[in-house]
Ligand binder design. Structure first.
Ligand code: SAM
Length: 246
């Protein structure tokens, strides 16, 4: 093969790769499909540059709780995301599914923001008869969360704890069925160490933004090398799920 032919082959290969990336990006819809409404199916979570598109089915309202909570989640998804650092909708759906499928009675959230992920978990807790204890340090975001929980009708099952969660979680008592960690990324190992003794056997510690750019390596090592834990990583969405073994 001559130099010119080789050059053309390299250019053709590069164009083919770019075309592939372009079609992946085009698979994402222009706006949120929103819970409770038929969506296009393929959703790209706002996981930052390089995040892969993920597939999620819309959540269809059946129960009274869903009819009340899903419109609030949709409104938050559409109108309140700016500056709130909320999980993508698909991760909210995952949290609800985990809460409900393990029959969680006590869920602890570390990093509430305006309550988006907390409200997804409250949706599951409405079915299990459980409660959410959620932590936040920022009063502005907490004010929004209070309003969101109220209009979704879940304020009776949600306790908001204000202050530095590194201190506040020391006051918690177990057993905790599920703990969702989504606050200061350098603090994940400390949260893990404080929450693990409170987790019931079979309980889940779920962490967000578990990728090399964000969470410190010590946390990844801690959940990967502890023989008391069985951990899976959902790598494309930066979520880890660690079960405390029975
Ligand atoms: C990524 S956001 C949480 C998003 C939320 N889980 C959701 O999906 O809707 C992280 C939140 O943790 C809070 N935070 C950070 N450090 C904290 C700390 N030490 N104690 C309590 N909250 C903290 C921030 O103020 C921020 O609102």
């Amino acid at each position: 093969m001559g130099n010119r032919t080789k050059h053309l082959a390299v250019v053709a290969a590069a164009l083919a790769i770019l075309a592939g990336i372009g079609s992946m990006m085009n698979a994402q819809p222009p706006g949120p499909s929103g819970p409770g409404r038929p969506g296009k199916g393929i959703r790209g979570g706002p996981g930052g540059p390089g995040a892969m598109a993920s597939y999620s089915a819309p959540t269809l309202a059946k129960t009274e709780a869903e009819k009340k909570i899903l419109p609030v989640l949709e409104d938050m998804n559409r109108n309140q995301r700016a500056g709130m650092m909320n999980v993508p909708e698909a991760d909210g759906q995952l949290l609800r599914l985990l809460v409900e499928s393990i029959g969680a009675k006590t869920v602890v959230e570390i990093g509430m923001s305006n309550g988006y992920s907390g409200l997804w978990m409250a949706l599951g807790l409405r079915s299990t008869g459980g409660k959410l204890i959620t932590h936040e340090i920022d009063e502005g975001r907490a004010k929004l969360a209070r309003e969101n929980f109220k209009r979704a009708g879940v304020e009776d099952i949600v306790t908001i704890v204000m202050g530095d969660a590194h201190e506040e979680v020391k006051k918690l008592k177990g057993p905790v069925d599920l703990c969702f960690i989504d606050a200061d990324k350098e603090g994940y190992t400390d949260y893990l160490n404080k929450m693990l003794p409170l987790m019931r056997p079979g309980g889940l510690i779920v962490a967000h933004n578990v990728n090399p750019r964000q969470v410190d390596e010590a946390f990844v090592k801690a959940i990967s090398t502890n023989e008391d834990l069985h951990t899976v990583f959902l790598n494309d969405r930066g979520v880890s799920i660690s079960m405390k073994k029975r």
